[in-house]
Design a protein around this ligand. Structure first.
Ligand code: IDP
Ligand code: MG
Length: 153
């Protein structure tokens, strides 16, 4: 099992679709193992978007991510990093496939509803960035036998 990090961005919080987006992960069969609301600091964003810090639009991304509190989630499942990236769709909401979160809820590159970790390394780093150990829960998923075959997990 892997754990990945999702951020429901201010574009999700402000538009009142947090519940709908979370429901997509739940309905897929992914287990929520951590969730909270917080305001992203300058330090968090410079680390989180280190690959974009030198881009001319970084200031705009930062303002956008600090426009309101966000919801951060830790999600657990088999291959969940890739599964959540697929559910999210490509970065540009105008190009994301219908049926994906960005494809269904976004028409923007910047205001694209969710962040999702893109590799095991970034998932591990992001989990530490946003959660302390006691904010990540281990608990039985009672419908696991109906979610996976027993040789899948
Ligand atoms: P990702 O969110 O699909 O992993 P990244 O390339 O890691 O995409 O970019 C992080 C975030 O920065 C995007 O989700 C988007 O909000 C924003 N972003 C990326 N590229 C641009 C751009 O060209 N203009 C404005 N915002 C951008
Ligand atoms: Mg990214």
């Amino acid at each position: 099992m892997q754990v990945t990090v999702v951020i429901l961005k201010p574009s999700a919080v402000q538009r009142g679709i947090v519940g709908e987006v979370i429901a997509r992960f739940e309905k897929k069969g992914i287990q929520i193992v951590g969730m909270k609301m917080l305001c992203l600091t300058d330090e968090m964003l410079s680390a989180h978007y280190a690959h974009l810090v030198h881009k001319p639009f970084f200031g705009r991304i930062k303002d956008s991510m600090q426009a309101s509190p966000v919801v951060v989630m830790a999600l657990k499942g088999v291959d969940v990093i890739n599964v959540v990236r697929q559910l999210s769709g490509v970065t540009n909401g105008r190009e994301a496939q219908p049926g994906t979160i960005r494809g269904d809820y976004s028409v923007s590159v910047q205001e694209n509803i969710v962040h999702a970790s893109d590799s095991p390394e970034t998932a591990a780093t992001e989990l530490k960035r946003f959660f302390s150990e006691n904010e990540i829960f281990t608990y039985p998923q009672f419908f696991l036998p109906y979610t996976y075959a027993n040789d899948e997990w």
